[in-house]
Design a protein around this ligand. Structure first.
Ligand code: 5GP
Ligand code: ZN
Length: 114
């Protein structure tokens, strides 16, 4: 999708600090990091929100989590811990409507989140 920011990052039409890529997924540093480690893991396939995930996407979604876990290990935060989340629609503060897994770590996280 040409008008989607994260499709454009995935297609290299907009620069980003890409730290991982394969045929299905891309991971890049968040432009406004909320923690020492803040990486976004996205599918190359355009999916607007978790509400649009179909059964055929099951393996893809699992893959995003596995990529996130590998990046957490590469960043050395697997033992200290990290948070993975996807915001959906306005109450959660979703601003980019191409699903992205936030990987946050490198500091103590709070619960409940704000
Ligand atoms: P959301 O609020 O939709 O869950 O998260 C969107 C995230 O994308 C935010 O954390 C925001 O900082 C990040 N973001 C927005 N625009 C860009 C961009 O152009 N490049 C990068 N790398 N991150 C972005
Ligand atoms: Zn998209």
């Amino acid at each position: 999708m040409n008008n989607c920011l994260f499709c454009r990052i995935s297609a290299k039409k907009i620069p980003a600090n890409i730290i991982y890529e394969d045929s299905e997924a891309v991971a890049f540093e968040d432009i406004n990091p909320q923690a020492p480690v803040h990486v976004l893991i996205i599918p190359k396939k355009h999916i607007s929100t978790v509400l649009e995930i179909n059964p055929e996407d099951n393996a893809l979604i699992g893959h995003l989590f596995r990529v996130a876990a590998e990046i957490a290990k590469e960043k050395g935060i697997e033992k200290s811990g990290f948070r993975l989340l996807m915001n959906t629609n306005s109450d959660a503060g979703q601003t980019v409507f191409h699903i992205h897994l936030h990987l946050l770590g490198g500091r103590q996280m709070h619960w409940p989140p704000g």
